[in-house]
Design a protein around this ligand. Sequence first.
Ligand code: ZN
Length: 313
Amino acid sequence: MDRRQTIPKELRYTRNQFDREFPTDDACLEQVKEQRFPGGVAVCHKCEAPRKHYRVRGRTAYACDRCGNHIFPLAGTIFEKSSTSLRIWFQAMYLMGSTRCGISAKQIQRETGVTYKTAWRMFKQIRSLMSENVRLGGSESGAGGVEVDEAYFGGRRKSASGRMLRGDINKTAVIGLVERKGCVAARVTRDVKAETVLPIIKECILPESTVFTDEFPIYNSVPRMDGMGYEHRRINHDQKIYVMGDVHTNTIEGFWSLVKRGIGGVYHAVSTKYLQSYLDEYSFRYNRRDSGNLIFPAMLARVSELASSRPSQ
Ligand SMILES: [Zn+2]
């Protein structure tokens, strides 16, 4: 089944649409400028007032209509120091945003014609756009509760979840937190001790939420965490009681298998160093799984959200 056919019209963003909207580097620059300084209006540091700015021909700059001082919309963004054409950056972002299960730097190289080294560098930068701090639980999408579970990545063990065994020191531990019908957060951690995991829970899950975990002792103090008021419900995996009413961790396990499949199929192997950014990429897509292929526009929006504030050089 081609799942793309099921995306409602308003949530589609096709390659043709992309080509029409962004035919040239100038069109891409204009987009970044509009996101950061709508209508070209920005505070001019010389005039010390908001002024309208006009494009400076042949440069990635816009000039103040009164004093001519330049602003640079790309300053502080992932594009700033790159010699790669802006349109190729946009193309790579489009490709990364329109896949469901990930894309390799090799594919970006093939589709855009840049060198592998450049593709890899762009890939890393684009992925940095996909790191976000979500807070889970609470009364809206998280009302069904939040599941928390650990997983281990790397090495040769068969199963994604389960406890780290003695001799598993080459594995990387990850804590996942997911709303039953909402968003996910996944963090690489140095270990799975309570003093490491509990602060992550506190940071990611809103007070008064229901938290589902298994019987692992690190979760013992979840119901007694300061000021959090969590309701804690547990499932006993060892006794093979996987689903007991709504007490289960199937949602987070589903997310783990998605990531594992992607890493196995697309990236082949992921070193610990890059694991967090892969998790960010998967989470970003997972958290927008109902937005059809509007993920590219969401990534574009992140470019300006993450840009450092000072526009001038
Ligand atoms: Zn000025």
